[in-house]
Design a protein around this ligand. Structure first.
Ligand code: PMP
Ligand code: GLU
Length: 400
């Protein structure tokens, strides 16, 4: 019998980040002392005032029914205000905001609304694992433009221009970037915007989910540039900056026609995002920002610790990430080497080797479009990071 499953799902790759996290969890449950540095997930608890807001919302008893599909009005207004005041996106209004069940859902909604069969989407690579699979699911064709270690993994406006064809519908990047931690400067985004504005019917999807974990001190939103509001879907959410991965709240800010389309698709697929989680998110965005700043300070400190330890490992080549909580070192020096019955042909093998021998989980760069690299998430305690780096150094040192 042919598979009962659709070609759509058979042609889709599993999320490598979640797959590695699942594997690490399974090994842990067998009693193996795994240090998980594979999942991009804050190790902090959601700030107390956000937890309290959720409890209060339950006690109020007003948020148990279907919420409005695009999100509660006061949350949409608070998001629009934040985008106007902090991101200088002066045109942002509540009507441009659609709240969804996580930024991943926002991105999926957006591509479903933009892409016709065969449309191309240019992805700045290395890129977050889910972009390409969502684009393909929507019938689109991902076109990668590649940044290299030498230019901090940032593909350029010139590369973008060269990749555009009559079929290009959208471009997407994350800044700060998952997996590289790189941050686009204002001038780099201005150059990208100039290329985009030369074309009709070309939009930017700017994934700013790591904006609160940015060590450059300067956040810049491409939608704030002249003429770019009408061409940009700004994606953001609460998972990273507010340590709210499990609450599942994300949003877009988009030109009205796109926001309406996203509301329409969400109305058919999932309805509005969870009511209580939206009340928590409102407390996050409108309340005390100090806990988010404290978490960013902790990541900054951990970055220094991991950087120093990584630089002590012969063969590892890394740049210094400017945001998010990832290192993305080049590990080609270990390809072709063997130890403990493992032969490391590529980054996938290296991750399996480190999982087996060092009991540390990382994610292969291949999943992010960069097969020479691995991704290490430093959203873990300092003790875990120091121990993980010790184990990694030892295991890599045994490869010959
Ligand atoms: N974009 C990027 C770049 C991410 O790393 C993630 C990871 N969670 C998401 C979007 C999705 O976030 P969430 O669905 O948890 O809001
Ligand atoms: N975005 C995180 C990561 O890259 C969480 C897992 C996922 O949603 O892919 O690890």
């Amino acid at each position: 019998m042919n598979s009962i499953l659709s070609d759509r799902i058979l042609n889709m790759e599993e999320s490598a980040t979640l797959a590695m996290a699942k594997k690490a969890r399974e090994l842990k449950s067998q009693g193996i002392d795994i240090i998980g540095l594979s999942l991009g997930e804050p190790d902090f608890k959601t700030p107390k005032h956000i937890q309290e807001a959720a409890k209060a919302a339950i006690d109020e008893g007003k948020y148990f029914s279907y919420p409005p599909v695009a999100g509660y009005q006061d949350l949409r207004e608070a998001i629009a205000k934040k985008l106007r005041e902090e991101n200088n996106i002066s045109e942002a209004k509540a009507e441009n905001i659609v709240v969804s069940t996580g930024a991943k859902h926002s991105i999926a909604n957006t591509f479903m609304c933009l892409i016709n069969e065969g449309d191309e989407v240019v992805i700045f690579s290395p890129y977050w694992v889910s972009y390409a699979e969502i684009i393909k699911l929507a019938g689109g064709v991902p076109v990668l433009i590649e940044g290299t270690l030498e230019n901090n993994f940032k593909a350029t406006a010139e590369q973008l221009e060269a990749a555009l064809t009559d079929k290009t519908k959208a471009i997407i990047y994350s800044s700060p970037c998952n997996p590289t931690g790189s941050v686009f400067s204002q001038s780099e985004l201005e150059a990208i915007a100039e290329v985009v504005k030369k074309r009709e019917n070309l939009v930017v999807i700017a994934d700013e989910i790591y904006e609160l974990i940015n060590f450059t001190g300067k956040n810049f939103s491409i939608a704030s540039l002249p003429g770019m509001f009408e061409r940009t879907i700004t994606v953001n959410g609460f998972s990273k900056g507010y340590a709210m991965t499990g609450w599942r709240v994300g949003y877009i800010c988009a030109p009205l026609a796109i926001a309406k389309a996203v509301e329409k698709i969400q109305g058919q697929f999932t309805s509005g995002g969870t009511g209580i989680a939206q009340r928590a998110a409102l407390a996050g965005i409108a309340g005390d920002q100090q806990p988010s700043k404290d978490m960013a300070d902790a990541y900054f400190k951990r970055r220094a610790i991991v950087l120093e330890l990584l630089q002590e490992i012969p063969g590892i080549k890394t740049h210094i990430p400017e945001g998010a909580f990832y290192f993305f070192p080049d590990v080609t020096a270990f390809f072709g080497k063997s130890a403990h019955g493992h032969t490391v042909k590529d980054a996938d093998d290296l991750c399996l080797y480190l999982l087996d021998i060092a009991n540390v989980s990382l994610v292969t760069g291949a999943a992010f479009g960069a097969p020479n690299c691995v991704r290490l998430s430093y959203a873990a305690s300092e003790e875990e990071l120091v121990e993980a780096m010790k184990r990694i150094k030892k295991a890599l040192g045994e490869l010959a």
